[in-house]
Design a binder for this molecule. Sequence first.
Ligand SMILES: [Zn+2]
Ligand SMILES: [Zn+2]
Length: 184
Amino acid sequence: MSKEVWKSFEENQITHSAAHYLMTIHALILEQGYARVTDIAKRLNITRGSCSISLRPLKKRQLVLEDDNKFLQLSDEGKRLAELVERNDELLEALFRDVLGVDADQAEIDACKVEHLLSIETSVKLSNFIQLIQTDKAVVRNFLKELSRQSTDCSHNVEECDFCQSVCFFEKAAKKQAKKKAIA
Ligand SMILES: [Zn+2]
Ligand SMILES: [Zn+2]
């Protein structure tokens, strides 16, 4: 089954771009009570034309509804998806930043990249985990302390490294850093 999962990415509920359109409409309605193509285009920094084209499949799927005055609304399903992706984004960001200790900017970027791909089941389990992490229990504090001590040291010699496999995962990043240092 797991070998087939990559195929289902194609039939995924919504694309990443669609997720951002839904979230943008959702945010605009909460902020100003309405959302028009102009508002969305401005918010996403795109042209009105490409915004209209991207909205077409969402309207066709009845996730986005348009009234006679060209004001856009989300259907219940559209709202559900927007809220789910927003929630996933928050949870993933917390997981990457507060648990794994990823730099805040990188955590935000990576959460954004995968926010629309989680199943509800995983989202609920992740929510339980983050809730536990946010408590001040001793077991949580100890776990986080232990985790922060864990480190992956790469010697750039794949035979000795526990993390790398047949090629060094860090090589490119290391070269980039070395270059940066040389310039500075
Ligand atoms: Zn995103
Ligand atoms: Zn390595």
